[in-house]
Design a protein around this ligand. Structure first.
Ligand SMILES: [Zn+2]
Length: 279
């Protein structure tokens, strides 16, 4: 299989670089210290992971000492096998994902050998610090959101944060079946609590954004959930919801997210009230 294209790394701050890996146009980060460097996300296959590793070592000028995966989705995670000899960080939930039959099936779909699906060898539940020499990088799980195991990467001294897919610039946020709509805004609040107007926030997909963008997208995610909650309490059923609501994202995004939002609210005990037929 040919390796999907990688753009090469471009600096977004001193010692902090971002490149774009196809086919999903995912942002790959590189943080360089005086002694070593950290790669953020691994691409969509072990072959691409190996290519990213070569590109990272060339751009960094110091050895790559660690890699972190922001979440389990194929375009971020399936390249991890190329880094088996390095410390690899990620949320502890990635360990189950690596052997999950659904993820194995997804790997086959993407022509990735299921045996190459591996979890991080330094899994964590809340936070870790990686020292690159003259620069510390904090890896933090602010709670469930885009997935159950999103990790945000905070680069000390350079005012850059890698948000993974908790934020997306090139498209609306990806509301997959494994997201947690209600909790997602609080995870973004974790990011917002750390940034000022100068902070560069690198989303999972698209160009770097600022605090206002992150605040706006957080508000939209929250509004989507709030709107569905409101409609359900008014007795609006799923099939009528799109027409009945006012929405913070485009129609295709909303139509895809609605069944999920209804199911997640139902799990919270919020279901449309059935009215007795009037005789
Ligand atoms: Zn994702």
């Amino acid at each position: 299989m040919p390796v999907a294209h990688f753009s090469g790394f471009v600096p977004v701050a001193e010692g902090v670089h971002v490149g774009v890996a196809e086919p999903a146009a995912v942002n790959i980060g590189l943080v360089v210290g005086t002694e070593s460097a950290l790669l953020i996300d691994t691409g969509s296959s072990p072959q691409q992971g190996a290519e990213l590793r070569r590109a990272a070592e060339q751009a960094a000028g110091v050895p790559l000492s660690a890699v972190v995966v922001t979440h389990w989705h194929w375009d971020h995670f399936f390249g991890l096998d190329a880094f088996g000899d390095l410390p690899s960080y990620g949320h502890e939930s990635l360990l189950q994902r690596a052997s999950d039959p659904e993820v194995v099936a997804l790997a086959k779909e993407h022509l990735v050998e299921p045996t190459s699906l591996v979890g991080p060898n330094r899994p964590f539940s809340l936070a870790r610090v990686v020292d690159l020499g003259g620069r510390r990088v904090e890896l933090v799980h602010f709670g469930r959101g885009h997935t159950e195991g999103d990790v945000v990467v905070i680069v000390s001294g350079s005012d850059v944060i890698f948000a993974g897919d908790l934020l997306e610039q090139s498209a609306p946020p990806s509301f997959g079946p494994d997201c947690f709509l209600k909790e997602w805004p609080s995870a973004v609040d974790g990011i917002l609590g750390l940034v000022d107007e100068h902070t560069v926030i690198v989303p999972g997909h698209g160009v770097p954004v600022d605090r206002l963008f992150a605040f706006d997208q957080r508000a939209r995610i929250s509004a989507l959930y709030g709107q569905v909650d409101h409609l359900i309490r008014q007795g609006v059923r799923l099939n009528d919801a799109f027409e009945a609501g006012e929405w913070p994202f485009d129609e295709a995004t909303i139509r895809a997210a609605l069944p999920l939002a209804y199911a997640q609210l139902a799990a919270e005990g919020v279901t449309p009230r059935t009215t007795l037929p009037l005789l």
